[in-house]
Design a binder for this molecule. Structure first.
Ligand code: SAH
Ligand code: SF4
Ligand code: F3S
Length: 491
């Protein structure tokens, strides 16, 4: 049992369920964990088997981290993890709404679940995450998806135990959505998918309002966590075997601006670098407009910050960037890339690109292609523009016809893939430090690990290597990954 779980159990012993629930957090949630534990144990006795859960995450790493918090609470309450959704007693979808197809997937999966729930009426279905912050979605669920048991949003995820207890006691659909919050609740349980690496939230929300993006509306205003809480969390993770952290925020470069004692992201990184036993630091996402010289300098001299930067460009056309409210020009972006490459010569750069933003002409698109050719990204996530109700871009004139978008998207994808294959191959015959992550999915004799620049490499090895950083000689490049062999030492 981890230190944290032991502490939680000791704390739970002292809670008296005959008393009213405490008002302050996180004590209030511990009270409800204890209460839900009792309710779950009662139901298990009635059914004659242990109760299970399955959490499915849609969307970004922020959502994945939130899901780990949900799993931490579910396990504290006594539910056991079940990998197959259809067999679970409690199914939770942690949803994303960044593009329309993310929403469609959720509705599709809910349709399937409703059939399973008919056969298994005590099954619970919970929905949370970004999609639930949209009032139209909740209206639709209330009307046409009455079999859903619990609906909550992104701001009150820390109340999960309380909401479960309410649902288990009431037998009614429980809905709790907040519009926004300035609250950050620390010290709640959370599980990790991997024992050796972990995401760490450093901030929540976003203030940038890029004109196509729904995230600021569903994740609320930007709030930075206190640096002391972040450091303490990472120290605890390291004591528990973690060697790599991924610092998470929609725009990590604006970290610390709203703290009582303001602090820059570069200063935070410098503090985190000092944590003994921590080997690797990653972060995402960086907004180009806020990436400071101070950060470039810190990255240049750091021993622990990985040689990888995700720097979404979105478009290469200054005209479109302005309509997107990105607040940088094509030239400023290219100049930034140059400065970063000068400070960290072998850095891997990745990006996000949107094709078909309203008003995008062929010339604008060719500007994007030009940036791709100039920067030569190690990889790029390409998206077709998706109209999000409530965002300024949704009501802009000149929405680009679907066939034009598809054509540009295909041309872009081809270019991006060609360049990534070429950039990937430059590491052939070098020796790289690799964090061993898991057994290869297809071949049990191989292990899979990640280099500092985020590339994957497969090599012969055994399970005892998982979580260790080892030198691997890269023998063969297969497009987007390498085949290698463990070797003596790094060049
Ligand atoms: N905060 C991050 C990105 C969050 S969303 C940043 O600023 O870079 C992840 C990616 O989804 C974005 O970078 C963007 O490329 C894409 N995206 C966001 N809204 C979109 C929309 N309406 N249509 C298509 N892609 C979108
Ligand atoms: Fe969306 Fe822009 Fe905020 Fe990223 S920075 S989450 S793209 S509004
Ligand atoms: Fe999606 Fe929400 Fe992340 S909308 S991309 S899960 S912040």
């Amino acid at each position: 049992m981890s230190d944290q779980n032991q502490k939680i159990n000791e704390f739970l012993e002292t809670m008296d369920l005959n008393e009213p629930a405490p008002a302050e957090e996180p004590a209030r949630q511990f009270y409800f964990i204890k209460k839900a534990r009792m309710l779950v144990a009662k139901q298990e006795a009635q059914l004659g088997h242990p109760l299970t859960f399955c959490v499915t995450t849609f969307g970004c790493q922020m959502n994945a981290r939130d899901s780990e918090k949900l799993v931490g609470i579910l396990e504290q309450i006594g539910y056991k993890e079940e990998a197959e959704e259809e067999k679970a007693d409690f199914v939770i979808f942690n949803t994303c709404t960044v593009r329309e197809n993310a929403n469609q997937r959720v509705y599709g999966r809910l349709g399937q679940l409703s059939r399973i729930k008919k056969r298994n009426p005590h099954m619970l279905i919970g929905l949370c995450g970004c999609m639930m912050q949209e009032p139209e979605v909740v209206e639709k669920l209330k009307k046409s998806y009455r079999f859903v048991d619990l609906i909550f949003g992104t701001h009150n995820i820390y109340k999960f135990a309380e909401l479960i207890a309410t649902r288990l006691e009431s037998n009614r659909m429980v809905i709790d959505i907040w519009k926004d919050t300035d609250k950050i609740v620390e010290d709640l349980p959370s599980e990790r998918k991997y024992p050796f690496k972990s995401g760490v939230n450093i901030m929540f929300g976003c203030n940038n309002f890029c004109s196509y993006c729904i995230v600021p509306y569903v994740r609320g205003r930007e709030r930075s966590r206190n640096p002391k809480d972040i450091i303490r969390e990472i120290e605890m993770l390291v004591a528990d075997g973690v060697v790599e952290v991924m610092l998470l925020g929609q725009n990590v470069n604006s970290y610390g601006k709203n703290l009582d004692e303001p602090m820059t992201f570069a200063q935070l990184l410098t503090e985190i670098e000092k944590i003994e036993g921590l080997e690797r630091i990653r972060f995402m996402t960086s907004h180009p407009k806020d990436l400071s010289d101070e950060l470039i300098e810190v990255m240049g001299r750091s021993k622990k910050i990985c040689k990888h930067l995700h720097l979404p460009v979105q478009s290469g056309s200054t005209r479109i960037l302005e309509k997107m409210n990105r607040r940088y020009t094509k030239e400023q972006y290219l100049d930034l890339v140059e400065r970063i490459r000068r400070a960290v010569p072998d850095i891997s750069l990745t990006t996000d690109i949107i094709v078909g933003f309203p008003g995008e002409t062929e010339e604008d698109f060719l500007e994007t292609m030009d940036v791709v050719k100039k920067v030569r990204y190690d990889s790029a996530f390409t998206f077709q523009y998706s109209k999000r109700t409530g965002t300024p871009a949704a009501v802009m004139e000149d929405q680009v016809p679907a066939d034009v978008v598809t054509d540009r998207f295909n041309r872009l994808l081809k270019e991006v893939q060609q360049i990534s294959a070429e950039t990937c191959s430059v590491y052939k015959d070098t020796i790289q430090e690799v964090l061993v992550e898991q057994q290869n999915d297809h071949d049990p004799h191989l292990m899979t690990g990640r280099m500092s620049n985020n590339l994957l490499v497969h090599f012969p090895g055994d399970l005892s290597l998982i979580g260790k950083i080892v030198p691997v000689a890269l023998k063969e490049c297969r497009g987007f990954y390498y085949i290698g062999e463990i070797t003596e030492s790094v060049q």
